[in-house]
Design a protein around this ligand. Sequence first.
Ligand code: CO
Length: 211
Amino acid sequence: MINVYEKLLLENKAWAKEQVQIDPEFFSRLSHIQSPEFLWIGCSDSRVPADKITGTQPGEIFVHRNIANMVVHTDINLLSVLEYAVEVLKVKHIIVCGHYGCGGVKAAMGNQSLGIINKWLRSIKDVYRIHRDEIDKIENEEDRTNRLIEYNVMEQVMNLAKTSIIQRAWKNNQRPHLHGWVYGLNDGIIKPVYEMEPGTHIDHLYEYDNL
Ligand code: CO
């Protein structure tokens, strides 16, 4: 009997063999260069694999995932990915993709302390507070959570626009286009909920003049 992790390695061998059969140049081509047009910022949830749900192939999508698809201005991991994607890979589109039923957002709506993750999810409580009047009017609990999930995606797209990385790229290169999407675990369908074209003005408080 094989261990569960050994199955992954066997599957990998089979996959590599199949790729070469379909396209003999597949690995030699991709080992030299990657030029993805998309940066994906998604939730770590195992049910939301960026490439599978968008039908993208290796080399087509640069991926960053964290709990609840957050854009946090002190997150050196996210900022490194963002700067590299925008300035070196020169991506044309950035997609923040949340998903309905997100456990991270559910946790942020509740009052249970979960340890270090409290800090990660805290700014989702701020998003809730901003939209509290509307969200609290929704009777069904699942619908309330899902509405906050949509607002959270919008907020994270706005957080991208608040970075000097995006503002500089908009000013100098008229890209990237920012998108906020929410994926449905129930039906596999992605719903676009928000977008920002290059050069969109945000609250002046957040705009830098000397880029
Ligand atoms: Co999630």
